[in-house]
Design a protein around this ligand. Sequence first.
Ligand SMILES: Cc1cc2nc3c(=O)[nH]c(=O)nc-3n(C[C@H](O)[C@H](O)[C@H](O)COP(=O)(O)OP(=O)(O)OC[C@H]3O[C@@H](n4cnc5c(N)ncnc54)[C@H](O)[C@@H]3O)c2cc1C
Length: 493
Amino acid sequence: MTVIKDRNIYEKISKEDVLKKLTEIFEGKNVTNKSGDLYPYSYDMTECEPHTPDFVVIPENTSQLIELVKFCNSNLIPIVPYISGNNVGGLTIPEKGGILVDFGKKMNKILHVDDNMMYALLEPGVTFGQLKKHLDENYPHLRYSYPFAPPYAGVVGNVLLSGMNNLSCKIGSMGDSINGLEVITADGEIARIGSCFYGKDEAAPDSWWCRYPMPDLMGVFINWQGMTGLVTKCAVQLWPNPPIKKTYLALVFGLTDVAPVMREVGRTDIIDDISAVSIEVVKMAVELPIPTKFSGEPDFASMFSISAKTKNQFNAKEEILFNEVENLNKQGKNVILVNADEFVKLFNLRVRCYLDLPSVVLPLVEYSGLTWFGSYAPSHKLEELIEKVNKLFNKHNITPFIYMKMMKSGHYAIFRPIMRYNKFKEGEEERYHMLLEEITDVCIDLGCIPYKTPAWMTEKIRKKINPGWINLFEKIKKCMDPNNIFNPGRWNT
Ligand SMILES: Cc1cc2nc3c(=O)[nH]c(=O)nc-3n(C[C@H](O)[C@H](O)[C@H](O)COP(=O)(O)OP(=O)(O)OC[C@H]3O[C@@H](n4cnc5c(N)ncnc54)[C@H](O)[C@@H]3O)c2cc1C
């Protein structure tokens, strides 16, 4: 493992001189080192150790960022990019201090929507809510794929981390939906990845339509959780927005039977999104004060979203879904399928949030603390994962909150045990962290690959990864970031 020894980052240049230079780059405004301004950037919802940045800057344009990267690279000062800090993995906590670059405030423009080739060109700070509003008002025939994250979380942060959203059963990981990137590399050079690579200085707005067939350098920049370059523009795919949409809620009895139900329905190839949550989560969502599962109740609720261009197409899709559920019931599963809209009317209209993303999904954010083991998972191991993780929740006397998704028509799955807790209650973080560590060990043993990983988690997976992979990873990271200034500490760099 590369262990970068903790260094005094102001060995080469004093803090006063750094402030002077930052004030010059950002023209006297949008730079701060006041403790009150720095504090909100020192922690997130997770139990990851807080650490305060030394400076926060709010960039307005790429030229400022080029100067910043050159300056930090020659003075060995860490840079941590930030959009809204909603990654739920401690990824924007500046573990080694340095300069936090807040993209959310001013570099948040939707630069172009290409109606023909169906993509949006974004600055890093654009939020889900902003993109949805822009599309609904100007391009209602196009849609994006949204996570359960709040509307104020960022689109670009989500794709760079391979998020999984509400079209994922159709399109897979959000990392696949990036058409192009503009990135500042450690030497301060601008590189454009994808079909936008034509053109010396600027790329035409209509040139960000694809990332193939040249060597796919996108992989050099995405999924690093830390980073290998500072992204300044990102083009993401949009999708046709069909007029007919309906979500079904499947109540599944039997702890692990939700796994074959999700797999088989995923394979029908007609569903936009399949997600499933422990029944306790449904109870949280309808605001029952004690969300306990009682004997005889279903174990999981799964949501299947269908969309169609015409009534006939919709009826055909619905028929395929009904047949599949009937087959599953004939095979001895116990699945009750209900129209999610009717369920919502009966129980709690606020549950409509789940159907109309992006929204603030209350069970996820109503506590001050939120943490999880979020992972890409082998779908044939879901039964074992559910069983073992459910036992761990019960062992720790913590309400089970398992969230799953079926990706790309069932090629792989998402397995995410979630914990909400009170950050400010004595001993709570430690108690929840202990459960999270145990869950992590079980899930990694079963082949799950965590995303948005705090450093303690990557340390665990590094021990299991093929050494050739680790060596290659370290060579590339070193080549892209020789002075280890780009969000150091992530992936234990
Ligand atoms: C309640 C809740 C529910 C969620 N549900 C889901 C879900 O269902 N599916 C899902 O996929 N995600 C989910 N998330 C996570 C969330 O969608 C994403 O991680 C998020 O959109 C990115 O958050 P952000 O914009 O705040 O980015 P930040 O957290 O600020 O940054 C994300 C990462 O990107 C890096 N970064 C930021 N800007 C740049 C840049 N310009 N160049 C290089 N690197 C950069 C940061 O350093 C960090 O590593 C959820 C989060 C919450 C709080």
